[in-house]
Design a protein around this ligand. Structure first.
Ligand code: SF4
Ligand code: SF4
Length: 147
């Protein structure tokens, strides 16, 4: 995902007056400051946005609506697990993904007990598949991810 393209797209909406952008380094801060001085999108950024919108059909960004929780017989904290998925695949921040997954308390392979997933996500996520995918991160030792 081209982050500057996404931020420019949001800031070009006249109904949006501010954004909260997570920055973890001086380099990111400087890039963001340069970006807001010129919101015109480059050809590459336009292309990247188009690819991202096609990619959203497979779903990367959970809306955190929480409609899934009461649908799951095990009351899994699916929104938190989906945040972990987003940190991992969207931002490539594996450390944050690891912590978020740990906070979600996904200790057992509960999804294996469901033949079919009863969750109907309004964003069209295949929740069971995503949980199976991100839960592999539990097996990675924490100190392996720390810089
Ligand atoms: S229902 Fe879908 S979009 Fe809403 S919180 Fe659950 S996974 Fe996210
Ligand atoms: S497959 Fe997983 S997310 Fe779906 S209902 Fe079962 S435990 Fe909940």
């Amino acid at each position: 995902m081209n982050i500057s393209a996404a931020l420019k797209w949001v800031l070009q909406n006249e109904k949006v007056s501010t954004i909260v952008s997570g920055m973890t380094s001086l380099d990111e801060l400087q890039k963001n400051l340069a970006m807001i001085r010129d919101l015109k999108m480059s050809e590459q950024e336009m292309k990247d946005l188009k690819i991202a919108s096609i990619g959203s059909e497979t779903g990367l960004y959970c809306q955190q609506c929480r409609e899934c929780i009461p649908q799951c017989p095990h009351n899994l904290d699916i929104p938190a697990i989906m945040r972990s998925y987003m940190y991992s695949y969207g931002y490539r921040n594996m450390e944050q993904a690891w912590f978020t997954l740990a906070e979600a308390g996904l200790s057992d392979n509960l999804c294996d007990k469901c033949e079919t997933c009863s969750v109907k996500c309004p964003s069209g996520f295949n929740v069971k598949k995503k949980i199976a995918d991100i839960s592999r991160l539990r097996d990675v030792p924490r100190d392996f991810l720390l810089a």
